[in-house]
Design a protein around this ligand. Structure first.
Ligand SMILES: *Cc1c(COP(=O)(O)O)cnc(C)c1O
Length: 383
Protein backbone atom coordinates (compact mmCIF):
# COMPACT_ATOMS: atom_id res chain seq x y z
CA UNK A 1 0.00 0.00 0.00
CA UNK A 2 1.40 3.39 -0.93
CA UNK A 3 1.49 6.10 1.70
CA UNK A 4 -1.05 7.95 -0.42
CA UNK A 5 -3.48 4.97 -0.29
CA UNK A 6 -2.90 4.64 3.46
CA UNK A 7 -3.72 8.34 3.92
CA UNK A 8 -7.00 7.91 2.01
CA UNK A 9 -8.01 5.04 4.28
CA UNK A 10 -7.48 7.15 7.37
CA UNK A 11 -9.25 10.23 6.06
CA UNK A 12 -13.06 10.00 5.84
CA UNK A 13 -13.23 13.00 3.52
CA UNK A 14 -10.63 11.53 1.19
CA UNK A 15 -12.66 8.31 1.16
CA UNK A 16 -15.77 10.21 0.13
CA UNK A 17 -13.84 12.00 -2.59
CA UNK A 18 -12.37 8.73 -3.88
CA UNK A 19 -15.87 7.23 -4.04
CA UNK A 20 -17.30 10.28 -5.85
CA UNK A 21 -19.55 10.99 -2.84
CA UNK A 22 -18.04 14.22 -1.54
CA UNK A 23 -20.60 17.01 -0.98
CA UNK A 24 -19.98 20.71 -1.04
CA UNK A 25 -22.16 23.82 -0.87
CA UNK A 26 -22.54 26.00 -3.91
CA UNK A 27 -22.79 29.61 -2.79
CA UNK A 28 -25.07 31.73 -4.95
CA UNK A 29 -23.99 35.35 -4.82
CA UNK A 30 -27.30 36.50 -6.30
CA UNK A 31 -30.66 34.98 -7.12
CA UNK A 32 -33.60 36.42 -9.01
CA UNK A 33 -36.25 33.77 -9.60
CA UNK A 34 -34.41 30.92 -11.25
CA UNK A 35 -31.53 33.03 -12.54
CA UNK A 36 -28.53 33.12 -10.25
CA UNK A 37 -24.83 33.90 -10.05
CA UNK A 38 -22.44 31.11 -9.04
CA UNK A 39 -18.67 31.69 -8.94
CA UNK A 40 -19.05 34.74 -11.17
CA UNK A 41 -21.07 32.85 -13.76
CA UNK A 42 -24.76 33.30 -14.63
CA UNK A 43 -26.67 30.04 -14.13
CA UNK A 44 -30.28 28.96 -14.53
CA UNK A 45 -31.50 26.85 -11.63
CA UNK A 46 -33.19 23.58 -12.52
CA UNK A 47 -32.87 22.18 -9.00
CA UNK A 48 -34.90 24.47 -6.75
CA UNK A 49 -38.19 23.37 -5.16
CA UNK A 50 -39.60 26.91 -5.41
CA UNK A 51 -42.07 25.57 -7.99
CA UNK A 52 -44.42 28.56 -8.01
CA UNK A 53 -41.78 31.23 -7.51
CA UNK A 54 -43.37 32.27 -4.21
CA UNK A 55 -40.07 32.67 -2.35
CA UNK A 56 -39.65 36.11 -3.94
CA UNK A 57 -43.33 36.97 -4.43
CA UNK A 58 -43.86 40.62 -3.44
CA UNK A 59 -46.87 39.89 -1.19
CA UNK A 60 -44.95 37.19 0.65
CA UNK A 61 -41.81 39.31 1.05
CA UNK A 62 -43.86 42.27 2.27
CA UNK A 63 -45.68 40.12 4.84
CA UNK A 64 -42.34 39.01 6.28
CA UNK A 65 -41.02 42.57 6.44
CA UNK A 66 -44.13 43.99 8.07
CA UNK A 67 -44.35 41.21 10.61
CA UNK A 68 -40.66 41.64 11.47
CA UNK A 69 -41.47 45.30 12.21
CA UNK A 70 -44.18 44.13 14.62
CA UNK A 71 -42.56 41.08 16.19
CA UNK A 72 -38.84 41.41 15.58
CA UNK A 73 -36.78 38.63 14.11
CA UNK A 74 -36.34 35.88 16.69
CA UNK A 75 -39.25 34.35 18.60
CA UNK A 76 -37.13 34.23 21.75
CA UNK A 77 -38.21 30.83 23.09
CA UNK A 78 -39.77 27.49 22.31
CA UNK A 79 -43.48 27.44 21.46
CA UNK A 80 -44.51 26.08 24.87
CA UNK A 81 -42.53 28.75 26.75
CA UNK A 82 -43.19 32.17 25.17
CA UNK A 83 -42.29 31.68 21.51
CA UNK A 84 -45.81 31.01 20.21
CA UNK A 85 -47.18 34.29 18.88
CA UNK A 86 -50.29 35.50 17.10
CA UNK A 87 -49.02 34.74 13.56
CA UNK A 88 -48.12 31.13 14.49
CA UNK A 89 -51.64 30.49 15.82
CA UNK A 90 -53.24 32.29 12.89
CA UNK A 91 -51.25 30.20 10.40
CA UNK A 92 -52.23 26.94 12.10
CA UNK A 93 -55.90 27.88 12.10
CA UNK A 94 -55.84 28.95 8.46
CA UNK A 95 -54.16 25.68 7.44
CA UNK A 96 -56.55 23.44 9.36
CA UNK A 97 -59.44 25.25 7.72
CA UNK A 98 -57.93 25.24 4.21
CA UNK A 99 -56.92 21.57 4.31
CA UNK A 100 -60.11 20.36 6.01
CA UNK A 101 -58.61 19.03 9.25
CA UNK A 102 -59.59 19.66 12.87
CA UNK A 103 -56.21 21.02 13.86
CA UNK A 104 -52.72 21.89 12.64
CA UNK A 105 -49.29 22.22 14.21
CA UNK A 106 -46.42 24.34 12.90
CA UNK A 107 -42.99 22.73 13.10
CA UNK A 108 -39.74 24.54 12.32
CA UNK A 109 -38.96 22.21 9.40
CA UNK A 110 -40.44 19.21 7.64
CA UNK A 111 -37.50 17.14 8.80
CA UNK A 112 -38.31 17.94 12.43
CA UNK A 113 -42.02 17.38 11.87
CA UNK A 114 -41.40 13.83 10.66
CA UNK A 115 -39.10 13.07 13.58
CA UNK A 116 -41.77 14.42 15.93
CA UNK A 117 -44.88 12.85 14.48
CA UNK A 118 -43.45 9.35 14.10
CA UNK A 119 -42.01 9.27 17.60
CA UNK A 120 -45.36 10.48 18.93
CA UNK A 121 -47.40 7.74 17.31
CA UNK A 122 -44.92 4.85 17.42
CA UNK A 123 -42.81 3.77 20.37
CA UNK A 124 -39.99 1.37 20.97
CA UNK A 125 -40.54 -1.95 19.12
CA UNK A 126 -43.71 -0.79 17.35
CA UNK A 127 -43.73 -1.45 13.62
CA UNK A 128 -43.72 1.59 11.32
CA UNK A 129 -44.42 0.56 7.73
CA UNK A 130 -43.02 2.78 4.98
CA UNK A 131 -42.54 2.89 1.22
CA UNK A 132 -39.00 1.91 0.25
CA UNK A 133 -38.47 5.32 -1.39
CA UNK A 134 -39.77 7.50 1.44
CA UNK A 135 -37.86 10.66 2.34
CA UNK A 136 -34.92 10.33 4.72
CA UNK A 137 -36.76 12.27 7.44
CA UNK A 138 -39.52 9.64 7.62
CA UNK A 139 -36.95 6.87 7.89
CA UNK A 140 -35.03 8.81 10.53
CA UNK A 141 -38.27 9.42 12.45
CA UNK A 142 -38.76 5.68 12.84
CA UNK A 143 -35.14 5.30 13.96
CA UNK A 144 -35.44 8.08 16.54
CA UNK A 145 -38.61 6.47 17.90
CA UNK A 146 -36.69 3.22 18.36
CA UNK A 147 -39.44 1.65 16.28
CA UNK A 148 -39.07 -1.30 13.97
CA UNK A 149 -38.84 0.12 10.45
CA UNK A 150 -40.54 -2.16 7.95
CA UNK A 151 -40.48 -1.25 4.25
CA UNK A 152 -42.50 -2.33 1.25
CA UNK A 153 -41.37 -2.21 -2.38
CA UNK A 154 -41.99 1.18 -3.92
CA UNK A 155 -45.73 1.78 -4.47
CA UNK A 156 -46.38 -1.98 -4.24
CA UNK A 157 -49.69 -2.28 -2.40
CA UNK A 158 -49.72 -6.06 -2.47
CA UNK A 159 -46.37 -6.10 -0.73
CA UNK A 160 -47.58 -3.47 1.77
CA UNK A 161 -50.66 -5.57 2.55
CA UNK A 162 -48.46 -8.50 3.61
CA UNK A 163 -46.82 -6.28 6.23
CA UNK A 164 -49.94 -4.82 7.83
CA UNK A 165 -51.31 -4.07 10.36
CA UNK A 166 -48.68 -1.78 11.85
CA UNK A 167 -48.61 1.00 14.42
CA UNK A 168 -48.25 3.59 11.64
CA UNK A 169 -48.11 3.58 7.83
CA UNK A 170 -46.23 6.44 6.17
CA UNK A 171 -45.68 7.47 2.57
CA UNK A 172 -44.47 10.44 0.60
CA UNK A 173 -47.34 11.91 -1.46
CA UNK A 174 -45.00 12.86 -4.30
CA UNK A 175 -41.70 10.97 -4.11
CA UNK A 176 -38.85 13.42 -3.78
CA UNK A 177 -36.29 11.60 -5.94
CA UNK A 178 -38.63 10.01 -8.50
CA UNK A 179 -41.39 12.60 -8.82
CA UNK A 180 -44.13 9.98 -9.07
CA UNK A 181 -47.28 10.12 -6.94
CA UNK A 182 -48.09 7.42 -4.35
CA UNK A 183 -51.15 5.23 -5.03
CA UNK A 184 -52.95 7.22 -2.35
CA UNK A 185 -56.48 5.89 -2.76
CA UNK A 186 -55.29 2.27 -2.51
CA UNK A 187 -52.99 3.16 0.37
CA UNK A 188 -55.84 4.83 2.28
CA UNK A 189 -58.18 1.88 1.67
CA UNK A 190 -55.54 -0.57 2.86
CA UNK A 191 -54.79 1.49 5.96
CA UNK A 192 -58.47 1.66 6.84
CA UNK A 193 -59.01 -2.04 6.28
CA UNK A 194 -56.00 -2.85 8.48
CA UNK A 195 -56.89 -0.20 11.08
CA UNK A 196 -53.50 1.45 10.75
CA UNK A 197 -53.19 5.25 10.89
CA UNK A 198 -51.82 6.69 7.62
CA UNK A 199 -49.39 9.60 7.44
CA UNK A 200 -48.83 11.23 4.05
CA UNK A 201 -45.87 13.59 3.68
CA UNK A 202 -46.87 15.89 0.84
CA UNK A 203 -43.77 18.08 0.77
CA UNK A 204 -43.71 18.18 -3.03
CA UNK A 205 -47.46 18.05 -3.69
CA UNK A 206 -48.67 20.86 -1.45
CA UNK A 207 -49.13 24.06 -3.43
CA UNK A 208 -48.38 22.44 -6.78
CA UNK A 209 -51.15 19.83 -7.07
CA UNK A 210 -54.85 19.47 -6.39
CA UNK A 211 -57.75 21.89 -6.09
CA UNK A 212 -56.45 25.29 -4.88
CA UNK A 213 -53.06 23.66 -4.40
CA UNK A 214 -54.21 21.45 -1.51
CA UNK A 215 -51.86 18.74 -2.74
CA UNK A 216 -51.79 15.12 -3.81
CA UNK A 217 -54.23 13.86 -1.17
CA UNK A 218 -56.95 16.30 -2.24
CA UNK A 219 -56.08 15.63 -5.91
CA UNK A 220 -56.86 11.95 -5.27
CA UNK A 221 -60.25 12.97 -3.86
CA UNK A 222 -59.26 11.99 -0.30
CA UNK A 223 -59.97 13.80 2.95
CA UNK A 224 -58.98 13.76 6.60
CA UNK A 225 -61.21 10.70 7.03
CA UNK A 226 -58.91 8.76 4.65
CA UNK A 227 -55.57 10.32 5.58
CA UNK A 228 -55.74 11.16 9.29
CA UNK A 229 -52.23 12.64 9.42
CA UNK A 230 -50.82 14.83 6.68
CA UNK A 231 -47.69 16.95 6.41
CA UNK A 232 -47.36 20.05 4.23
CA UNK A 233 -43.90 21.54 4.15
CA UNK A 234 -43.71 25.26 3.45
CA UNK A 235 -40.22 25.55 1.99
CA UNK A 236 -41.04 24.13 -1.44
CA UNK A 237 -44.03 25.39 -3.45
CA UNK A 238 -44.94 27.46 -0.36
CA UNK A 239 -41.79 29.51 -0.92
CA UNK A 240 -41.19 30.09 2.82
CA UNK A 241 -39.96 27.87 5.66
CA UNK A 242 -41.46 25.46 8.17
CA UNK A 243 -43.97 22.64 8.02
CA UNK A 244 -47.57 22.09 9.02
CA UNK A 245 -48.81 18.81 10.45
CA UNK A 246 -52.56 18.26 10.07
CA UNK A 247 -54.62 15.90 12.18
CA UNK A 248 -57.42 15.51 14.69
CA UNK A 249 -57.39 17.83 17.69
CA UNK A 250 -56.28 15.04 20.01
CA UNK A 251 -53.52 13.86 17.64
CA UNK A 252 -52.15 17.39 17.42
CA UNK A 253 -52.31 17.75 21.21
CA UNK A 254 -50.38 14.51 21.55
CA UNK A 255 -47.64 15.93 19.31
CA UNK A 256 -47.50 19.15 21.32
CA UNK A 257 -47.01 17.05 24.45
CA UNK A 258 -44.67 14.41 23.06
CA UNK A 259 -42.77 15.49 19.95
CA UNK A 260 -39.29 16.36 21.15
CA UNK A 261 -38.46 18.12 17.88
CA UNK A 262 -41.38 20.46 18.65
CA UNK A 263 -40.84 20.90 22.39
CA UNK A 264 -37.08 21.35 22.62
CA UNK A 265 -36.42 23.95 19.95
CA UNK A 266 -36.93 27.68 19.47
CA UNK A 267 -40.16 28.54 17.68
CA UNK A 268 -39.56 29.69 14.13
CA UNK A 269 -39.84 33.47 13.71
CA UNK A 270 -43.37 34.91 13.82
CA UNK A 271 -42.46 36.91 10.73
CA UNK A 272 -41.89 33.64 8.89
CA UNK A 273 -45.34 32.45 9.95
CA UNK A 274 -46.78 35.69 8.57
CA UNK A 275 -44.95 35.12 5.30
CA UNK A 276 -46.37 31.59 5.14
CA UNK A 277 -49.87 32.90 5.73
CA UNK A 278 -49.39 35.35 2.84
CA UNK A 279 -48.04 32.50 0.69
CA UNK A 280 -51.10 30.41 1.52
CA UNK A 281 -53.33 33.26 0.41
CA UNK A 282 -51.42 33.57 -2.86
CA UNK A 283 -51.26 29.89 -3.68
CA UNK A 284 -54.90 29.07 -2.97
CA UNK A 285 -55.90 31.36 -5.83
CA UNK A 286 -52.91 30.63 -8.09
CA UNK A 287 -54.50 28.26 -10.62
CA UNK A 288 -52.73 30.26 -13.33
CA UNK A 289 -49.35 29.44 -11.77
CA UNK A 290 -50.21 25.75 -11.44
CA UNK A 291 -51.28 25.71 -15.11
CA UNK A 292 -48.02 27.36 -16.13
CA UNK A 293 -46.08 24.78 -14.11
CA UNK A 294 -47.96 21.93 -15.82
CA UNK A 295 -47.31 23.53 -19.22
CA UNK A 296 -43.57 23.71 -18.45
CA UNK A 297 -43.58 20.07 -17.35
CA UNK A 298 -45.32 19.16 -20.62
CA UNK A 299 -42.80 21.13 -22.72
CA UNK A 300 -39.90 19.48 -20.97
CA UNK A 301 -41.26 15.95 -21.29
CA UNK A 302 -42.20 16.40 -24.92
CA UNK A 303 -38.75 17.77 -25.77
CA UNK A 304 -37.02 14.96 -23.87
CA UNK A 305 -39.03 12.35 -25.69
CA UNK A 306 -38.09 13.84 -29.06
CA UNK A 307 -34.44 13.68 -28.04
CA UNK A 308 -34.80 10.13 -26.70
CA UNK A 309 -33.60 11.08 -23.20
CA UNK A 310 -34.07 8.38 -20.52
CA UNK A 311 -36.63 10.18 -18.34
CA UNK A 312 -38.46 8.38 -15.54
CA UNK A 313 -42.26 8.39 -15.65
CA UNK A 314 -43.25 11.48 -13.65
CA UNK A 315 -46.06 13.96 -14.15
CA UNK A 316 -44.83 16.37 -11.48
CA UNK A 317 -42.24 19.15 -11.40
CA UNK A 318 -39.60 16.59 -10.39
CA UNK A 319 -38.20 15.06 -13.59
CA UNK A 320 -35.42 12.50 -13.07
CA UNK A 321 -33.11 11.62 -15.95
CA UNK A 322 -31.12 8.40 -15.52
CA UNK A 323 -27.33 8.66 -15.82
CA UNK A 324 -26.07 5.43 -14.18
CA UNK A 325 -22.87 5.60 -12.12
CA UNK A 326 -21.82 8.15 -9.52
CA UNK A 327 -18.86 9.42 -11.54
CA UNK A 328 -20.94 9.61 -14.75
CA UNK A 329 -23.78 11.55 -13.15
CA UNK A 330 -21.35 13.95 -11.48
CA UNK A 331 -19.64 14.53 -14.82
CA UNK A 332 -22.98 15.22 -16.52
CA UNK A 333 -23.93 17.69 -13.79
CA UNK A 334 -20.54 19.42 -14.18
CA UNK A 335 -20.97 19.63 -17.95
CA UNK A 336 -24.41 21.21 -17.48
CA UNK A 337 -22.92 23.72 -15.08
CA UNK A 338 -20.37 24.72 -17.68
CA UNK A 339 -23.29 25.24 -20.08
CA UNK A 340 -24.97 27.53 -17.48
CA UNK A 341 -27.44 25.17 -15.76
CA UNK A 342 -27.46 24.10 -12.15
CA UNK A 343 -28.89 20.57 -12.03
CA UNK A 344 -28.36 18.23 -9.08
CA UNK A 345 -26.71 14.84 -9.49
CA UNK A 346 -28.34 12.24 -7.24
CA UNK A 347 -25.87 9.52 -6.44
CA UNK A 348 -26.11 6.12 -4.82
CA UNK A 349 -26.70 5.36 -1.98
CA UNK A 350 -29.31 8.18 -1.95
CA UNK A 351 -30.83 6.18 -4.83
CA UNK A 352 -30.15 2.54 -5.76
CA UNK A 353 -26.88 1.63 -7.47
CA UNK A 354 -27.46 1.91 -11.22
CA UNK A 355 -30.35 4.37 -10.75
CA UNK A 356 -28.14 7.45 -10.34
CA UNK A 357 -29.78 10.41 -12.00
CA UNK A 358 -29.96 14.08 -12.73
CA UNK A 359 -32.88 15.48 -10.76
CA UNK A 360 -34.36 18.26 -12.84
CA UNK A 361 -37.03 20.44 -11.24
CA UNK A 362 -39.25 22.80 -13.18
CA UNK A 363 -40.79 26.06 -12.07
CA UNK A 364 -43.13 28.77 -13.28
CA UNK A 365 -40.09 31.04 -13.52
CA UNK A 366 -38.68 29.02 -16.42
CA UNK A 367 -39.44 30.33 -19.88
CA UNK A 368 -39.80 28.20 -22.98
CA UNK A 369 -36.35 29.32 -24.02
CA UNK A 370 -34.77 28.17 -20.71
CA UNK A 371 -36.33 24.74 -21.17
CA UNK A 372 -35.25 24.40 -24.81
CA UNK A 373 -31.69 25.42 -23.98
CA UNK A 374 -31.62 22.93 -21.10
CA UNK A 375 -32.83 20.16 -23.41
CA UNK A 376 -30.00 20.89 -25.85
CA UNK A 377 -27.47 20.80 -23.02
CA UNK A 378 -28.93 17.54 -21.65
CA UNK A 379 -28.73 15.89 -25.05
CA UNK A 380 -25.07 16.92 -25.21
CA UNK A 381 -24.32 15.75 -21.64
CA UNK A 382 -26.05 12.38 -22.16
CA UNK A 383 -24.16 11.51 -25.34
C1 LIG B 1 -38.02 18.35 1.71
C2 LIG B 1 -38.74 17.22 2.32
C3 LIG B 1 -38.88 17.14 3.71
C4 LIG B 1 -38.18 18.07 4.65
O1 LIG B 1 -38.79 19.30 4.73
P1 LIG B 1 -37.94 20.55 5.22
O2 LIG B 1 -38.95 21.56 5.60
O3 LIG B 1 -37.08 20.94 4.08
O4 LIG B 1 -37.12 20.07 6.39
C5 LIG B 1 -39.66 16.14 4.22
N1 LIG B 1 -40.25 15.24 3.42
C6 LIG B 1 -40.12 15.27 2.08
C7 LIG B 1 -40.80 14.24 1.24
C8 LIG B 1 -39.34 16.26 1.50
O5 LIG B 1 -39.18 16.28 0.18
Amino acid sequence: MSTQQAAVLEDPLAQLKAAGLYRQNKTLSQRQGHQAMLDGRAVTLFCSNDYLGLSQHPEVVRALQQSADDWGVGSGAAHLISGHHGPHAELEEAFADFMGYEAALLFSTGYMANLGVISTFAGRHDVVLQDKLNHASLLDGAKLAGAKLSRYRHADMQHAATKLPAKLLASDGVFSMDGDIAPLAELAALAKQQQTPLLVDDAHGFGALGPQGRGSVAAAGLTAADVPLQLCTLGKAGGTFGAILLGSRSDIERCVNTARSYIYTTALPAAMASASLAALNVLRRADDLRQKLQANIGLFRQGSEQLGLPLLASSTAIQPLLVPGNQAVMAASQQLLEAGFLVTAIRSPTVAVGAERLRITLSVDHGEDDINRLLDALAEACK
